[in-house]
Design a protein around this ligand. Sequence first.
Ligand code: NAD
Length: 472
Amino acid sequence: MFEYAPAPESRSIVDIAPSYGLFINGSFDEGKATFKTVNPASEEVLSEVALAGPEDVDRAVAAARRAYEKWSALPGAERAKYLFRIARIIQERSRELAVLESLDNGKPIRESRDVDLPLVAAHFFYYAGWADKLSYAGFGPDPRPLGVAGQVIPWNFPMLMLAWKIAPALAAGNTVVLKPAETTPLSALFFADVCRQADLPPGVVNIVTGAGDTGRYLVEHPDVDKVAFTGSTEVGRQIARSVAGTGKRLTLELGGKAANIVFDDAPIDQAVEGIVNGIFFNQGHVCCAGSRLLVQESVAEELLASLKRRMATLRVGDPLDKNTDIGAINSAAQLARITELSEIGASEGAERWSPECSLPEKGFWFAPTIFTGVTQAHRIAREEIFGPVLSVLTFRTPDEAIEKANNTPYGLSAGIWSDKGSRILAVADQLRAGVIWANTFNKFDPTSPFGGYKESGYGREGGRHGLEAYLA
Ligand code: NAD
């Protein structure tokens, strides 16, 4: 591989305060306890952030409740003005936000700049457009907001998950208390500042930082009307149990183990790009990642040779370098999980391969990895690894591909690669997955609903469907 000169994005564009409080009722206040958030590429402490306890969550929910009366009574066109304003401020400040997101999360700047941030702004623009058209959304002539939404998000797309949650909630007239993940709180706190800049009325958006306990206080709070959670299936289950019987509305966006199916008539080079994008985008920290490659036996050898050649060109390293393809793993805990599952894959007999690549000494890193000779009995074929690790299985007939693809407790996404439109439609029809990409992978659009079947959760985010979760 030829070398590129370093092309680092300047980190001085964004100011990170040494400490942050909780954003409640339009202003930041001190929490009693704090925790540190680190840059996973260097292990440097970026800031100290307040850890919200039950009383803090209580205050945030109370602020959202007070704001609800006026916010929900505003004409939709008025709410839209705020959302449009937020969308425009995000665009104006997107360079700052992209750098901040890459620093706190470890994702390559190329992705935060070209994928995450444009999609964040697009979500706010899209739902701003719905705010005054709710009666035409297909949910009856006079749909009503639900009240206070308690929203808990993960660390893999911190700002984008925030947008998926907050934009439809506000457009529909709800107020929100959002808890970002403990390893990536900074972009949500930046967003609090965006809300102030947009003159959003105090209490409409509240941000409480903390770990699992803070999330639990929020989803169990009796004055929350709607819970929206994105995260692991395990925590999703706990939340479903705690919300059951309370009358709260619930949407769960959980894990996945998507099949990316390549038929023998697929354009191989294009499929290889799709496979790489499917599993190595965002270090594989993607719920809908194409983590199981199902390739038709007759083209498996050719495809794998091509995939390995392509993987050898991936650049792993400094997330702020514009040439970087694969950044840092978000946390030591996640790195440990990826390492453990990969070791299990090898010990169960699958063949492990990574291109030669030197990893930085400090920080959390994992080389892009594929496992061949994987069978359905292997844990790496069944469990979500949530890292840059691909399990390769083969099939002979379309029926076998469908059966293997559906043989998972999850059902979030899938990919199909074939030259034949009729085959794509016939196979897509039989896959149990919420999102199916054909001859592409990991493409997102605010107009398109996203969500899963089975243990991938329920409810849809995005599109007109995404409004339904916030309307009665
Ligand atoms: P996680 O479930 O550990 O944490 C997610 C969030 O929940 C964090 O903010 C965490 O602090 C909070 N939390 C933890 N315990 C809680 C509890 N008992 N009550 C309330 N909140 C609690 O998951 P993670 O490791 O942060 O994220 C990775 C998971 O998220 C993966 O499984 C991935 O597939 C999934 N994910 C799904 C989607 C989707 O749209 N389906 C999108 C992104 C990530």
